[in-house]
Design a binder for this molecule. Structure first.
Ligand code: AMP
Length: 398
């Protein structure tokens, strides 16, 4: 157990832990949800009973409680060799993962204005693990880092330049850990190196984003200053006309409320009026629920438009890659999206699209398709574990 790596992922009201062995096999995972609410709860995967948390438990308490439970269940029997933290926003400061020290903590604090819901909770996870494991090297892995290669033409909004210079208003992009993993995995599946592989990576989960990766480098991506821009998502609208804010103000709806609705009550949930869950939406649509069918259509059409848009950043395309809960599991979304793009030469094999997990190595295009299309399971925890272990090794402390 000496070489275990702990991965900590603090969301706005959740905490996920994953423990890997030295060969990056997952030994255990656990999550706490509804943190800071009266019905906070936690559980370890594979263990029936929940882990008791006090009402309105904080991230700090949940972390301490779950680590104690890992120890009680003999899942963690010695100090981890390294700890990796997912940090949402690294601004323009962080182009790659870094070992955490006091200077890094204040730099992450400085980026908090750009991700007020996320960076403060990421920091509370970091502080809690530093208190529990003061001698274990800890690494921050940023969602934004992979996209720090975006050229100016892709990251600048057409806004007054001073907004960028004074306040950092620009596109940053997110899901970078997943998109970076796709670049490496797609190259491996295609028998190439990441540095010579160009893909369009569509990460479609509850949050959705798409990235153009040229020769291993992020050139354009759909999320922007915040993770609200771009594709239709579970509860997030993606792109809307910014004129909406003023229009709704004239109806008496304050900007803060518009922001809340765009983030929490829009997307698939807003369109369907039922659920943000794509699997449930597909079932509802199959039973003739028209708003759910419409929600799926808007989702797929927006995605198709963005796939087209991403082409502008590439010289050639080695593969279009689908990942995330929807991208990996919904043959219907993949089919309906690529039906819009026949003009570009994308064509799926119906059989491979439905059964790729059983009968192919993830390739789902037909023989006549102009481009390969891949389905690759994402594994952000694994990437964070590898980075944490690599940087901890570099300190010579493990
Ligand atoms: P993630 O955030 O990556 O866990 O993805 C969550 C999304 O994946 C939810 O909208 C799920 O409904 C969706 N999903 C998972 N499995 C399926 C499936 N078999 N068909 C359609 N959507 C799915």
């Amino acid at each position: 157990m000496e070489d275990t790596v702990l991965v900590v992922n603090c969301g706005s009201s959740s905490l996920k832990l994953a423990l890997f062995d030295g060969a990056y096999q997952k030994l255990a995972s656990a999550q706490a949800e509804r943190l800071n609410q009266n019905d906070a709860f936690a559980r370890i995967d594979g263990i029936q009973e929940t882990v008791p948390l006090s009402p309105a438990a904080s991230h700090h308490e949940a972390l301490e409680t779950l680590i104690r439970a890992f120890r009680d269940h003999k899942l963690l029997t010695s100090l981890p060799a390294a700890i990796g933290h997912r940090v949402v926003h690294g601004g323009e400061t962080f182009r790659e993962a870094v070992l955490i020290d006091n200077g890094i903590i204040s730099a992450i604090e400085d980026c908090a204005g750009l991700a007020p819901l996320h960076n403060p909770v990421n920091l509370s996870g970091i502080r809690a693990t530093l208190a529990l494991f003061p001698d274990v090297p800890q690494t921050a892995v940023f969602d934004t880092a992979f996209h720090q290669t975006l050229p100016k033409r892709a990251f600048l909004y057409a806004l007054p330049d001073s907004w960028y210079r004074d306040w950092g208003v620009r596109r940053y992009g997110f899901h970078g850990t997943s998109h970076g993993f796709m670049a490496v995995e797609a190259a491996r599946l295609l028998g190439k190196t990441p540095a010579t592989t160009s893909i369009i990576s569509a990460h479609l989960g509850n949050g959705c984003s798409i990235t153009a990766i040229r020769d291993g480098i992020s050139m354009d991506t759909s999320m922007g200053l915040t993770p609200l821009e771009g594709l239709v998502m579970g509860t997030r609208s993606g792109d809307v006309d910014p004129g909406l804010v003023d229009f709704l103000a004239s109806k008496g709806i304050a900007a803060r409320e518009v922001h809340r609705v765009l983030n929490q009550e829009s997307g698939l949930l807003g369109l369907s009026g039922q659920t943000n869950d794509m699997r449930s939406l597909c079932e509802l649509a199959d039973h003739g629920h028209e708003p759910s069918q419409t929600a799926i259509e808007v989702f797929c059409f927006r995605l198709a438009r963005y796939i087209g848009a991403m082409m502008a950043s590439l010289r050639d395309l080695d593969a279009l890659v689908f990942t995330g809960g929807i991208g990996e599991n919904s043959a219907r979304v993949r089919r309906d999206t690529l039906d819009h793009l026949r003009i570009m030469g994308f064509e799926l094999s119906e059989d491979l699209n439905r059964h790729h997990g059983e009968i192919s190595d993830g390739r789902i295009e037909s023989a006549g398709s102009r481009f390969p299309v891949l389905v690759i399971p994402t594994n952000e925890e694994l990437v964070i574990a590898r980075e944490a272990s690599r940087l901890a090794g570099a300190t010579g402390q493990d």
